[in-house]
Structures are given as C-alpha cells and as structure tokens.
Design a protein around this ligand. Structure first.
Ligand SMILES: [Zn+2]
Ligand SMILES: [Zn+2]
Length: 317
C-alpha cells in the first residue's frame, strides 16, 4: 500500500482496526486463563496421582497446540484476492459509466468477460460485477463489506478470527472449530471428577473455584461450537459455502444449489486436499485456485451443450 494512502486514514480508521481485534483478544484471554486453571490449579495442585498428572498434561498440550495452530492459520492467512485479469481497465469503466442502458452495460461486461472462466451469473442472468472493486467477480467470490474488497470463495466474515473465512483459510477454519471442540470436551471430561468432588465438599482452597469455572466454561463453549462444527462438516460434504446455503449460486440455466457438488469424497478433497497425511494438519492443501471450480455432471453437460451450440453458430456464420 502506498505511504500516501496510509497517511490519509484518520484516527477513526485506526480505532476501528484496533477494535476488530477485541474478539480475538477475548478468545486468547480465555485460553490463557484456561491454561492456568488446567495446568496449575487442576494438574499441579489438585490431581494426586503422578501418572494421571502426566497423562492429563500430555493430551492437554497436544489438543491445545492443534487448536492454537489452526486458530493462528485462520486468523493470519491472507484472503484470496481477485486476480488482475478480472479487474476492469479504466477505458472499460468509462464505457460502463457512459452506457445509456443496463443492456449496454451488460454487453460491455459480457464482451470483457468472454475469455474468463466464469459460469456463475447474477440474478438477472448478467455477468457478476463489483462496482466497488471495479472487477468481474470470479465464481463463488463475493464482496466483503468489512474487508472492503471481493474475496475468493467467500464463506463469511468472522469477527472471532478478525478475518474473512474464504478459499484460502476455510480448511483452517473447520479444523479450528474441530480442535476447539476437542479441547473443550477434553478439558470438561478430565475436570469432571474434580467438579463432582467440589460439590461433595472434597476440594478445598481458592483453586477449587478455578476448577469449577473451568468446567462450566468448557461445557458452555463446547455447546456453542458443536452445532457450528457439524454445520460446516455438512457444508463441506455438500461443497457449499455459508453464503451459498442462504442463496444458491446461479448458473446460465438458473439456480442450482448442487452446482459445485461432486461426490461426498471429492467434496471433502476440494477443501482438505487429496493427501490424507495433510487432512488434519492446518497446512495449505485445498484443491484448485479459488477461481475455477469443478462442476457437477448436470452443469458440465449443460455447459458442454451450450459451447457446442455456440461453436456451431460461429461456424455457420
Ligand atoms: Zn468487491
Ligand atoms: Zn471480510
């Protein structure tokens, strides 16, 4: 970003930018406190058996490390940006502004996009265009009003990670939900015997309140994560984004919520990749480039027959 444009941003801009990190800070504070409550108060000061202590700590640190790794990747992976070839040159933009009718604008965009691999159209059957970014939207890309630009295969903007969940970090996001859920369930189950001991009056000292709250907070977060995690597992199995679950993608033949859905296994591989060794690690392994997506058989046949008709018309003329 040029220095000049940074200088023009007022204090309000920086204030909002800082405020957006508050939910992330909140999560990190909860995690830091849960670490203290689990490791110091529960394992070191409450658990009697050395063997149980060691086992608790080993599995705790593994689940915490996986959870934080996936969270880090979700927060700090850059969004997928629209490539330059989708951006409308100034000349074309001026033509759009000068156009006297929506149909004329439609023709200009149609002409410009004919070499792009797009299959999705807008609700009027026209090329999907973002006026704010001055670009033709690649398939499954949407404009995020928080990020202020079009994002490839946008799922939703998540304030808890202060980032757009999209093509580049969707796998990390699903893993983050899964590992966070695992972390909460593990903490709740291992703290349960001591939680019961608290109610039976067998725990003493101030530390017992940490264990009490640790159990409550773990159960509370597990309940809120479980539906979100399984909903995203369902979306992965259907090869659908959250936005597409609300409004199905539109093809030349109309809406088709299964338009990008392949087999269940292939849908899973689209997000998690085809190498099982990388499936459960928060490292990049999603298939494709975020711009072109394989279509289901029905859409493939439709586009093939449309291409044949088009080629036939061109040959005849
Ligand atoms: Zn945009
Ligand atoms: Zn966003």
């Amino acid at each position: 970003m040029p220095l000049a444009s940074q200088n023009t941003k007022g204090p309000c801009f920086w204030c909002i930018k800082v405020m957006k990190w508050v939910p992330v800070l909140f999560i990190m504070t909860i995690v830091a406190w849960s670490y203290y409550a689990y490791v110091i108060q529960l394992c070191f000061l409450t658990v009697d058996s050395l063997m149980v202590k060691i086992l608790y700590l080993i599995f705790y640190h593994i689940s915490l490390a996986m959870f934080l790794w996936a969270y880090w990747q979700t927060v700090f992976t850059d969004i997928g940006r629209v490539p330059q070839k989708y951006r409308i040159p100034d000349v074309c933009h001026e033509q759009l502004l000068r156009a006297e009718s929506a149909e004329e604008q439609h023709n200009i965009l149609e002409e410009y996009s004919k070499n792009l691999p797009n299959v999705n159209v807008n609700i009027n059957g026209a090329v999907r265009y973002c006026d704010k970014c001055r670009c033709i939207k690649p398939d499954r890309a949407h404009h995020c009003s928080v990020c202020g630009e079009c994002v490839l295969k946008m799922d939703h903007h998540c304030p808890w990670v202060n980032n757009c969940v999209s093509f580049t970090n969707y796998k990390f996001f699903v893993l983050f939900l899964g590992y966070a859920l695992l972390y909460c369930i593990y903490v709740a189950l291992t703290a349960l015997p001591y939680f019961i001991a608290f109610w039976n009056g067998k725990l003493s000292g101030v530390g017992r309140f940490h264990i009490l709250f640790l159990f409550f907070v773990a159960v509370m977060f597990a309940i809120s994560l479980i539906s979100l995690f399984f909903y995203h597992c369902y979306l992965v199995s259907e090869n659908r984004t959250t936005l597409e679950a609300f409004r199905a993608p539109i093809f030349r033949t109309g809406e088709d919520k299964h338009g990008f859905s392949l087999s269940r296994y292939n849908n899973f591989c689209e997000v998690f990749g085809d190498d099982p060794k990388k499936w459960f690690l928060p490292i990049q392994s999603s298939l494709g480039n975020g711009i072109e997506f394989p279509l289901n058989l029905h859409q493939q046949r439709t586009y093939r027959s449309m291409e044949c008709t088009q080629n036939g018309l061109e040959t005849n003329s």
